[in-house]
Design a protein around this ligand. Structure first.
Ligand code: PLP
Length: 426
């Protein structure tokens, strides 16, 4: 590194020399012939091994009421598993449903049911509205946005701050336009920013006046239990706050064991007002006679209780926290002081959010690719993949082994510095 002063403060000669230095560093990087991948926000094999006992469970075929879990029935899921998740999510067991392996599927079902029939409080099916819009905090989870796009729902973006969505911006969008029917929120350790919605922001979101009588908040708590530090934050009580504000049906909570046990064979969870739950089950009963209760029971046996889940998550933390530390160490070593990048140091979740110099994110991703480092496409965390400032990159360090995270991130720092130098000398 030739300089630790802000890159913009360099003279043209100094900048040219910085550029030459980064070009050499990049040539060295390319010569290493790396083949690394930081795109996959999924558990590594050693994390999956933490749940290896699942393959030998359950040890019985009967649930605690004596019902045979191998048979049909029990649409809302095994009561003993619903109780564990109720405690973990801070809700009542009566509000919880346990389903198949994907919470994304449950979100899709809620959305399509709303489109087809409307929900509690709806004046008509959403498909019969001239236009439907959702508020989308950005950067956010790409699959939320692609689901909305696929269903023809327009997206209005608001900034995602450290304490959650920008409430004033949200309130302004929902106040007068009845076409604004909902929003996504990832309340705890958001994808990709790691933001945690504060109780104040949650209260405001649950209480704000909305022009649509059936405004819904898809409260996707995918990372509720995925702490990376001793500070195991509790998620804001969305259902309680909404009920207290007279909007009990507004939030619908989602979570899953995708990054607790096995993403391909876990359990998804939904929690809502009892009216929403009854509405959902009514429509779900046309599609299913019951979920995979054998899987529910083996999860109950694996964990025992809510504390068993928390203990299990601490073992995940031991495996992945060093990878997050490696991301920060590499970015700090390569970029600190240059004022060309900002990145998050998340206290939970699965991602690091990297903001580079405006108009250089696509170039960084392309440079990294040419050097054998796969990064998520620039803009992926925005609706339609369009980041208006072309500065945002989502890093996913959990899947590769630690040494690969270190190598890849050192390379990413080189690409960020080179792209910035190119941009400032252009
Ligand atoms: N929600 C968020 C915010 C995610 O980041 C992910 C996966 O990356 C999911 C949901 C997917 O959840 P599931 O595996 O339960 O479908």
């Amino acid at each position: 590194m030739t300089s630790r002063v802000p890159l913009r403060s360099l003279s043209p000669d100094e900048l040219a020399s910085f550029l030459a230095h980064q070009q050499q560093a990049y040539a060295d990087l390319q010569a290493r012939g790396l083949k690394l991948d930081l795109t996959r926000g999924k558990p590594a094999p050693d994390q999956l091994d933490l749940s290896a006992a699942l393959l030998d469970l359950p040890t019985t075929t009967l649930d605690r009421s004596g019902a045979d879990v191998r048979n049909y029935g029990g649409l809302e899921g095994l009561p003993e598993l619903r109780e564990i998740f109720a405690e973990l999510l801070g809700v009542e067991a009566a509000q919880v449903l346990c389903g198949g392996n994907s919470s994304l599927t449950m979100m899709h079902q809620v959305l399509t049911f709303l489109l087809l029939w409307g929900g509690p409080g709806s004046e008509r099916a959403w498909k019969d509205e001239p236009v439907i819009k959702f508020v989308c905090p950005v950067p956010g989870y790409d699959r939320h946005f692609s689901m909305l796009a696929d269903l023809g729902i327009e997206m209005l973006t608001v900034p995602m701050n450290a304490d959650g969505p920008d409430v004033d911006a949200v309130a302004a969008l929902v106040a007068d336009d009845p076409a604004v029917k909902g929003m996504w929120v990832v309340p705890t350790y958001a994808n990709p920013t790691g933001s945690v919605v504060s109780p104040e922001v949650a209260r405001a979101l649950m209480a704000m006046p909305t022009a649509a009588p059936d405004f819904r908040i898809f409260w996707d708590n995918a990372y509720a239990l995925h702490h990376l530090t001793d500070d195991e934050v509790a998620s804001a009580d969305a259902l309680g706050l909404a009920a207290a504000a007279g909007n009990p049906d507004r939030p619908v909570l989602f979570a899953s064991t995708s990054k607790i046990t096995w993403a391909g064979a876990g359990v998804a969870v939904m929690a809502s007002s009892e009216a929403t739950k009854a509405w959902f089950l009514k429509h779900l009963s046309m599609a299913s006679i019951g979920p995979d209760k054998v899987n529910h029971l083996r999860h109950v046996e694996l964990f025992g209780d809510a504390e068993g889940v928390r203990a299990h998550m601490r073992r995940h933390r031991e495996l992945i926290a060093p990878k997050f530390a490696a991301v920060d160490a590499a970015l700090t070593a390569g970029l600190e002081g240059l004022e060309i990048a900002e990145w998050t140091r998340p206290t939970g979740g699965y991602f690091v959010n990297l903001d580079v110099l405006d108009d250089t994110a696509s170039r960084v991703v392309a440079l990294a690719k040419e050097a054998g480092i796969a990064l998520t496409p620039a803009g992926a965390s925005f609706p339609h993949g369009q980041d208006p400032r072309d500065r945002n990159i989502r890093l996913a360090p959990t899947f590769p082994p630690l040494d690969q995270v270190e190598a890849a991130m050192a390379g990413v720092a080189t690409c960020v510095a080179l792209a910035a130098a190119e941009h400032l000398t252009a």
